[in-house]
Design a protein around this ligand. Structure first.
Ligand SMILES: [Zn+2]
Length: 213
Protein backbone atom coordinates (compact mmCIF):
# COMPACT_ATOMS: atom_id res chain seq x y z
CA UNK A 1 0.00 0.00 0.00
CA UNK A 2 1.39 3.36 -1.04
CA UNK A 3 0.44 6.50 0.89
CA UNK A 4 0.25 9.95 -0.67
CA UNK A 5 -0.39 12.95 1.57
CA UNK A 6 -1.91 16.07 0.07
CA UNK A 7 -2.04 19.07 2.44
CA UNK A 8 -5.23 21.03 1.71
CA UNK A 9 -6.91 24.19 2.94
CA UNK A 10 -5.79 27.19 4.97
CA UNK A 11 -4.41 25.17 7.89
CA UNK A 12 -2.84 22.45 5.75
CA UNK A 13 -4.93 19.48 6.74
CA UNK A 14 -3.44 16.21 5.54
CA UNK A 15 -5.72 14.53 3.03
CA UNK A 16 -4.25 11.03 2.69
CA UNK A 17 -4.60 8.65 -0.24
CA UNK A 18 -3.91 4.96 0.46
CA UNK A 19 -3.32 3.25 -2.85
CA UNK A 20 -3.28 -0.40 -3.90
CA UNK A 21 -0.79 -0.01 -6.74
CA UNK A 22 -1.69 -3.34 -8.36
CA UNK A 23 -5.32 -2.33 -8.93
CA UNK A 24 -5.12 1.51 -8.72
CA UNK A 25 -7.93 1.30 -6.13
CA UNK A 26 -7.56 3.83 -3.33
CA UNK A 27 -9.03 5.13 -0.09
CA UNK A 28 -9.21 8.87 0.52
CA UNK A 29 -9.11 10.08 4.13
CA UNK A 30 -10.27 13.50 5.33
CA UNK A 31 -11.21 15.60 2.29
CA UNK A 32 -10.50 18.86 4.10
CA UNK A 33 -10.67 21.25 1.15
CA UNK A 34 -9.98 21.69 -2.56
CA UNK A 35 -12.41 19.08 -3.95
CA UNK A 36 -11.53 20.16 -7.49
CA UNK A 37 -7.81 19.59 -6.91
CA UNK A 38 -8.48 16.20 -5.29
CA UNK A 39 -10.65 15.09 -8.21
CA UNK A 40 -8.00 16.26 -10.70
CA UNK A 41 -5.34 14.34 -8.77
CA UNK A 42 -7.42 11.15 -8.84
CA UNK A 43 -7.93 11.48 -12.58
CA UNK A 44 -4.27 12.32 -13.27
CA UNK A 45 -3.09 9.30 -11.27
CA UNK A 46 -5.76 7.00 -12.73
CA UNK A 47 -7.11 6.16 -9.26
CA UNK A 48 -10.58 4.85 -8.42
CA UNK A 49 -11.81 5.29 -4.85
CA UNK A 50 -13.14 2.34 -2.85
CA UNK A 51 -14.24 4.69 -0.07
CA UNK A 52 -13.93 8.09 1.54
CA UNK A 53 -13.09 7.78 5.26
CA UNK A 54 -13.32 10.55 7.83
CA UNK A 55 -11.41 10.72 11.13
CA UNK A 56 -13.58 13.41 12.78
CA UNK A 57 -16.06 16.13 12.05
CA UNK A 58 -14.05 19.34 12.26
CA UNK A 59 -14.57 21.54 9.21
CA UNK A 60 -10.90 21.58 8.20
CA UNK A 61 -11.19 17.79 7.67
CA UNK A 62 -14.48 17.66 5.76
CA UNK A 63 -15.02 20.96 3.96
CA UNK A 64 -14.64 19.23 0.57
CA UNK A 65 -16.63 16.12 1.55
CA UNK A 66 -19.92 17.25 -0.01
CA UNK A 67 -18.39 18.39 -3.31
CA UNK A 68 -16.22 15.26 -3.54
CA UNK A 69 -19.02 12.86 -2.64
CA UNK A 70 -21.53 14.59 -4.90
CA UNK A 71 -19.03 14.22 -7.78
CA UNK A 72 -18.43 10.53 -6.92
CA UNK A 73 -21.85 9.34 -5.71
CA UNK A 74 -20.94 5.66 -6.11
CA UNK A 75 -18.13 5.91 -3.55
CA UNK A 76 -19.27 5.07 0.00
CA UNK A 77 -18.50 7.53 2.78
CA UNK A 78 -17.77 6.30 6.32
CA UNK A 79 -18.17 8.95 9.00
CA UNK A 80 -17.56 8.70 12.78
CA UNK A 81 -20.95 8.06 14.34
CA UNK A 82 -20.30 10.26 17.37
CA UNK A 83 -19.52 13.32 15.26
CA UNK A 84 -22.47 12.98 12.87
CA UNK A 85 -25.02 14.78 15.11
CA UNK A 86 -23.14 18.10 15.03
CA UNK A 87 -20.74 18.04 12.07
CA UNK A 88 -23.20 19.50 9.56
CA UNK A 89 -24.83 22.05 11.85
CA UNK A 90 -24.10 25.76 12.14
CA UNK A 91 -22.41 25.00 15.46
CA UNK A 92 -19.51 23.48 13.50
CA UNK A 93 -18.38 26.72 11.86
CA UNK A 94 -15.07 28.04 13.16
CA UNK A 95 -16.31 31.59 13.60
CA UNK A 96 -14.96 33.97 10.99
CA UNK A 97 -12.55 31.35 9.67
CA UNK A 98 -14.20 28.24 8.25
CA UNK A 99 -17.88 27.76 7.41
CA UNK A 100 -19.97 24.87 8.67
CA UNK A 101 -19.52 21.95 6.25
CA UNK A 102 -22.33 21.02 3.87
CA UNK A 103 -23.75 17.50 4.21
CA UNK A 104 -23.27 15.34 1.08
CA UNK A 105 -26.29 14.08 -0.83
CA UNK A 106 -25.13 10.47 -0.39
CA UNK A 107 -25.97 8.38 2.64
CA UNK A 108 -23.25 8.54 5.29
CA UNK A 109 -22.29 5.20 6.82
CA UNK A 110 -21.63 5.31 10.55
CA UNK A 111 -18.13 4.24 11.56
CA UNK A 112 -17.89 2.90 15.11
CA UNK A 113 -15.58 0.72 17.17
CA UNK A 114 -15.32 -2.62 15.43
CA UNK A 115 -16.22 -1.42 11.96
CA UNK A 116 -14.01 -3.43 9.60
CA UNK A 117 -13.92 -2.64 5.90
CA UNK A 118 -12.19 -4.34 2.95
CA UNK A 119 -10.80 -1.46 0.88
CA UNK A 120 -7.95 -1.07 -1.61
CA UNK A 121 -6.79 -4.62 -1.02
CA UNK A 122 -6.59 -4.45 2.79
CA UNK A 123 -8.68 -4.63 5.94
CA UNK A 124 -9.40 -1.32 7.63
CA UNK A 125 -10.29 -1.24 11.33
CA UNK A 126 -12.08 1.67 12.98
CA UNK A 127 -10.80 2.52 16.49
CA UNK A 128 -12.85 5.00 18.49
CA UNK A 129 -10.43 7.54 19.97
CA UNK A 130 -12.56 10.35 21.43
CA UNK A 131 -11.20 13.39 23.22
CA UNK A 132 -10.31 15.83 20.45
CA UNK A 133 -13.94 15.43 19.37
CA UNK A 134 -16.64 13.23 20.98
CA UNK A 135 -16.69 10.75 18.09
CA UNK A 136 -13.22 10.92 16.60
CA UNK A 137 -11.73 7.70 15.25
CA UNK A 138 -8.42 6.37 13.99
CA UNK A 139 -8.25 4.06 11.00
CA UNK A 140 -5.83 1.15 11.41
CA UNK A 141 -4.60 -0.96 8.48
CA UNK A 142 -2.66 -3.81 10.12
CA UNK A 143 -1.60 -5.47 6.85
CA UNK A 144 0.09 -2.24 5.75
CA UNK A 145 1.20 -1.37 9.31
CA UNK A 146 -0.34 2.08 9.04
CA UNK A 147 -2.43 4.09 11.52
CA UNK A 148 -4.30 7.20 10.39
CA UNK A 149 -4.66 9.23 13.56
CA UNK A 150 -6.56 12.36 12.49
CA UNK A 151 -6.14 15.05 15.15
CA UNK A 152 -5.83 12.55 18.04
CA UNK A 153 -2.07 11.94 17.76
CA UNK A 154 0.50 14.09 15.94
CA UNK A 155 4.25 13.67 15.58
CA UNK A 156 5.44 15.00 18.94
CA UNK A 157 2.04 16.29 20.02
CA UNK A 158 -1.67 15.56 20.35
CA UNK A 159 -4.96 17.18 19.44
CA UNK A 160 -6.34 20.19 21.29
CA UNK A 161 -9.29 19.67 23.59
CA UNK A 162 -10.56 23.24 23.97
CA UNK A 163 -12.98 23.10 21.04
CA UNK A 164 -16.64 22.17 21.67
CA UNK A 165 -16.96 18.54 22.71
CA UNK A 166 -13.25 18.16 23.45
CA UNK A 167 -12.20 16.49 26.71
CA UNK A 168 -8.60 16.15 27.91
CA UNK A 169 -8.91 13.09 30.20
CA UNK A 170 -10.79 11.31 27.40
CA UNK A 171 -8.04 12.20 24.94
CA UNK A 172 -5.38 10.85 27.30
CA UNK A 173 -7.29 7.56 27.54
CA UNK A 174 -7.42 7.36 23.74
CA UNK A 175 -3.69 8.07 23.48
CA UNK A 176 -2.96 5.39 26.05
CA UNK A 177 -4.96 2.97 23.97
CA UNK A 178 -3.02 3.86 20.81
CA UNK A 179 0.29 3.48 22.66
CA UNK A 180 -0.79 -0.05 23.56
CA UNK A 181 -1.35 -1.20 19.98
CA UNK A 182 0.99 -3.99 18.91
CA UNK A 183 4.13 -3.20 16.96
CA UNK A 184 5.06 0.17 15.58
CA UNK A 185 2.77 1.18 12.75
CA UNK A 186 3.48 4.27 10.68
CA UNK A 187 1.55 7.23 12.09
CA UNK A 188 -0.21 9.36 9.48
CA UNK A 189 -1.72 12.34 11.33
CA UNK A 190 -4.22 14.96 10.28
CA UNK A 191 -1.62 17.73 10.33
CA UNK A 192 2.16 17.80 10.05
CA UNK A 193 4.69 15.08 9.34
CA UNK A 194 4.35 11.32 9.58
CA UNK A 195 5.94 9.33 12.39
CA UNK A 196 5.98 5.85 13.86
CA UNK A 197 4.31 4.61 17.00
CA UNK A 198 7.67 3.68 18.54
CA UNK A 199 9.02 7.20 17.95
CA UNK A 200 5.93 8.63 19.67
CA UNK A 201 6.16 6.15 22.55
CA UNK A 202 9.75 7.35 23.10
CA UNK A 203 9.44 11.10 22.62
CA UNK A 204 5.85 12.34 22.54
CA UNK A 205 5.17 14.13 25.88
CA UNK A 206 1.49 13.17 25.76
CA UNK A 207 2.46 9.50 25.70
CA UNK A 208 5.22 10.05 28.26
CA UNK A 209 2.51 11.15 30.68
CA UNK A 210 1.32 7.54 30.66
CA UNK A 211 4.78 6.06 30.95
CA UNK A 212 5.15 7.94 34.18
CA UNK A 213 1.77 6.81 35.39
ZN1 LIG B 1 -9.76 18.55 14.48
Amino acid sequence: MKIQTLPVGPIETNCHLAIDEATRRAVLLDPGDDAHALLSHLRAKNLALDAILVTHGHPDHILALADLSDALPEVPVWFPAGDLPWAFTAANALAGFLPAPRRPAAELHSATEGTVLALAGAEWHCLETPGHTPGGVCWHVPAADVLFTGDTLFAGSAGRTDLPGGDYPTLLRSLRRLAGLPGSPAILPGHGPASTLDAERRANPFLQLHAGG
